[in-house]
Design a protein. Structure first.
Ligand code: AMP
Length: 301
């Protein structure tokens, strides 16, 4: 089954304790689509400027991502500049230039309108809402966001939450949005705003899923070589939604969270999409197995 995604396509300038890159391909929709493309068909909705090179468009096509909903608008592509210090869980934004996203009016191609699975990746919540309004009757709608939108458009974000099934957010942002330090209390408050399930991403500490009365805790892969956490959240969401697009019931959510964690663990091993783009299903399944043995234990004797 295919996934409809809207989000940012960006030029990122990033500094981490292990190196730096300037104006490399990034953006929430780019990381999400590349990661999800290993598991499902992806229909992308986004905008780029006149400065966006054809080679990046060719890369998306090579990954099998459908780009009929990608608009090239007058002006510049979205740009984000940030850095990480030794706490790699915390991105520090230095500059955000919305550029073409200030004028972007998402228009969903006719064939994408009956998408059953929708991912509203991190972008202006009003754009996320406008995409959702154009989709007919989705079975599963999930969304992500970040502090920039929590601080600038909290009301739009709450309106959006009342219409989605699954909300994926990182730990610091969950605390900020809910105005609560305790994560369990923050989760309860966010779930009261609408979604059935909430996944809180905790960087190198894994992820927690809340919903109904249950909590599931997933580990992160203990990696020795981490170069750049940018895009970890979106590649996590790509694995998660890619699996949920084709699997329902049973333990699907738990498996999907681990698959998401697998994709995020690969992504942080290099800058931009360098590691994510060359994976094979064999690499992915091998690491999934390693995740399984990482947390497996037997009952007491
Ligand atoms: P993450 O997966 O959370 O690390 O997201 C990383 C991506 O988010 C980067 O490639 C940025 O280009 C993109 N990004 C940063 N700020 C924003 C924003 N305000 N809106 C949309 N995308 C953003």
């Amino acid at each position: 089954m295919s996934i409809l995604v809207v989000g940012s396509i960006a030029f990122d300038t990033v500094e981490t304790p292990f190196g730096n890159v300037e104006d490399v391909l990034g953006g929430s929709a780019t990381y999400f689509s590349t990661s999800a493309s290993y598991f499902a068909d992806v229909n992308l909705i986004a905008a780029v400027g006149e400065d966006f090179p054809d080679e990046h468009v060719a890369f998306l096509k090579e990954k099998g991502i459908r780009i009929e909903g990608l608009q090239r608008l007058p002006g510049k592509t979205f740009r984000w500049k940030g850095y990480y210090d030794y706490d790699l869980n915390q991105a520090h934004t230095l500059e955000t230039h919305l550029n073409v996203f200030e004028e972007f009016k998402p228009s969903i191609p006719e064939d994408f309108k009956d998408s059953e699975v929708v991912f509203l990746a991190n972008i202006d919540p009003d754009l996320q809402l406008s995409v959702l309004e154009q989709v007919k009757k989705p079975r599963l709608v999930a969304c992500d966001t970040m502090n920039f939108w929590i601080e600038n458009k909290p009301d739009s974000l709450k309106r959006l939450l009342s219409r989605i099934d699954l909300f994926v957010i990182n730990e610091g942002e969950a605390r900020e949005f809910a105005g609560e330090y305790n994560l369990v209390t923050a989760a309860r408050k966010i779930l009261d705003w609408g979604p059935d399930k909430l996944i809180i991403k905790r960087g190198e500490y894994g992820a927690l899923m809340f919903g109904g009365n249950s909590v599931f805790s997933a580990p992160a892969y203990p990696l020795e070589d981490i170069f750049d956490p940018t895009g970890a959240g979106d590649s996590f969401a790509g694995g998660l939604m890619g699996y949920l697009a084709n699997t329902e019931g049973g333990d699907a959510y738990r498996q999907a969270i681990i698959l998401g964690s697998v994709m995020a663990s690969f992504n942080v091993e290099d800058f931009s999409l360098n590691r994510l783009k060359g994976l094979t299903l064999k690499d992915i399944h091998k690491r999934y197995g390693e995740f399984k043995s990482l947390t497996h234990f037997e009952d007491l004797q």
